[in-house]
Design a protein around this ligand. Sequence first.
Ligand code: ZN
Length: 114
Amino acid sequence: MRAIPREVVVLVLLLVALGFVAVVIGVNFGWFWVLGPLASYAMLRWLIASLRVLVTDARHLDDDAADPRPVGPDERTLFWCEECGTEVLLLVRGTSRAPSHCGQRMHERTEILS
Ligand SMILES: [Zn+2]
């Protein structure tokens, strides 16, 4: 039988003590003193995670945009927005990623001209 790691025991005891303190504060001074900091902490974590996603989402654009090259004369590429119908003609391809419009990725349509 394996022994429970010491860190887990310390963490559980700490959580039990924090729970006891939270109940004492909530009963005596009102539960908003307990729930307010918890909600603030949750919102702060959510905000930081959202900003981190923005940074990591744009990071690969640096790798991808190494050599922008003009679209060849035998090819015509359009990006169109499914939401509003906007069409964009591609002149220089910077990345392989489609541009965004109306909050979503545009669809690519490539016509091969002969
Ligand atoms: Zn649109």
